[in-house]
Design a protein around this ligand. Structure first.
Ligand code: PMP
Length: 441
């Protein structure tokens, strides 16, 4: 009998007992290649010596000192390092314990900012249909995943959801990529005008969509246009990089590849690389300054924010990324993973799209490549792929769900940045076996 409440139930799932680089090991000794870093978390693999040593060292000094009374060296150092590496103008950091907390903080900070600068009528959030921003009520209201929202709908504040930037399904025949990007970005302006710009406070989006649809990057130029629209209407741009940030795309912040600087960025997952639960909200100085000049403090907080152990882990993660040149490695290994996926699945009659950036890749399965028709949901293709892969010793992150009325089956891949060439081959070959078996079932 187990008393754990949730997914990880003894008897139904194997018990993880050890980690070895890109592999997890269960109690029977079986090894699993972690092809998705859990849910894009374990960017350094599972037994990183530097992070372990940093945690031991911090534990011997001080594990926790409440931020209502103290700051700590690791938290201060982490904030300095993150702002030094962040897009232009981002110079303040609010440390929390995970992705949903970072998104909640962003939404409340946006609201308080507009209160402080004398625009109390601004309270609306616009986000996108193809999005996931977390499971707490504010973050869930922001996200556009109907399945996750449905039963909680009466508890969620009203949020507008515009189209995602989802080239594979959204771009019309004959439409250029640039024209498509502009068209979907311009939906933001239409929605702002419909609501009345004076009532809108923020637009929230993932630069590369993760959990709802398997590594879908915005097309080139899309986020630039979004930035222009937000500026024109005085609206804050919040980019949710909880999944795609911290080097996952080959840039420390995914939006750096798009050449824009948002007003706020949320990060988590790869920040602690799974060694500690930590998230962060990074903000433009103007937001901090408005609050400092007004009421003087952000009216928010959680007990474990700025946790010294979590910050120590994140500092060690950043050192690993910097000293081992892991961003460059993510770009080269990412290209190799894309090439290997294309070699295996490029001509596959049931693979419609292979996409992503860096070591953040998605494969979308279709019943018919020409029509892009999805499989019947009753077939549970993605669940079968997950099971077959797991049986074969591969962790991958499959998803199904309805996006803009189209149900899809996707697999998200987000292996550790340290993945070797031979492990890329192992990943693709095990995935291929799992897919063929699932299609035959
Ligand atoms: N935002 C994004 C983009 C995410 O992918 C996730 C988690 N999948 C979250 C927010 C929520 O993060 P957490 O699960 O750490 O609360």
């Amino acid at each position: 009998m187990t008393h754990i409440f949730g997914r990880s139930t003894r008897g139904q799932l194997p018990t993880a007992v050890a980690g070895d680089g890109c592999y997890l090991i269960d109690a029977s000794g079986k090894r699993y290649l972690d092809g998705s870093g859990g849910a894009a978390v374990s960017c350094l693999g599972h037994s990183n010596a530097r992070v372990r040593a940093a945690l031991h060292e911090q534990l011997d000094q001080v594990a926790f000192a409440h931020t209502g009374f103290f700051t700590s060296d690791p938290a201060e150092r982490l904030a300095d390092r993150l702002t030094a590496a962040a897009p232009e103008g981002i110079d303040r950091v609010y440390l929390v314990s995970g992705g949903s907390e970072a998104v909640e903080a962003a939404i409340k900070l946006a609201r308080q900012y507009f209160m402080e600068i004398g625009q109390p009528q601004r309270h609306r959030v616009i986000a996108r249909r193809q999005s996931y921003h977390g499971n707490t009520l504010g973050a869930l209201a922001t996200g556009g995943n109907e399945w996750r929202r449905a039963q909680f709908a009466p508890l969620l504040v009203e949020t507008s959801h515009i189209s995602p930037c989802y080239e594979y399904r959204g771009r019309e025949e004959g439409e250029t990529i640039d024209a498509y990007g502009l068209r979907v970005a311009n939906e933001l302006e239409t929605e702002i005008e419909r609501l009345g710009a004076e009532s809108v406070m923020a637009f929230v989006a993932e630069p590369v969509v993760g959990a709802t649809s398997g590594a879908v990057p915005a097309v080139k130029g899309y986020l630039k246009r979004i930035r222009e629209i937000c500026d024109k209407h005085g609206i804050l741009l919040i980019l949710d990089e909880v999944m795609c940030g911290m080097g996952r795309t080959g840039y420390l912040f995914a939006c750096q590849e798009d050449g824009i600087s948002p007003d706020m960025i949320t990060i988590a997952k790869g920040l602690g690389a799974g060694y500690q639960p930590i998230g962060a909200l990074l903000v433009q100085g103007k937001i901090y300054d408005a609050i400092a000049a007004g009421s003087g403090f952000f009216q928010h907080g959680h007990t474990y924010m700025g946790h010294a152990m979590a910050a120590a882990a994140a500092n060690a993660v950043l050192s690993e990324i910097e000293e081992n040149d892991l961003l460059a490695r993510v770009r080269t290994q990412g290209e190799k993973l894309q090439a290997a996926l294309e070699a295996e699945f490029g001509q596959h009659p049931h693979v419609g799209d292979i996409r992503g950036r860096g070591l953040f890749r998605g494969v979308e399965f279709v019943a018919d490549r020409d029509t892009k028709d999805p499989f019947d949901p009753a077939r549970k293709l993605n669940a079968k792929i997950k099971k077959n892969a797991f049986d074969a010793g591969l962790v991958c992150y499959p998803m199904g769900g309805t996006i803009d009325g189209v149900r899809g089956d996707h697999v998200l891949l987000a292996p550790p940045f340290v993945i070797e060439d031979a492990q890329i081959d192992e990943l693709v070959s095990k995935l291929s076996g799992a897919v063929e078996k699932a299609l035959a079932e």
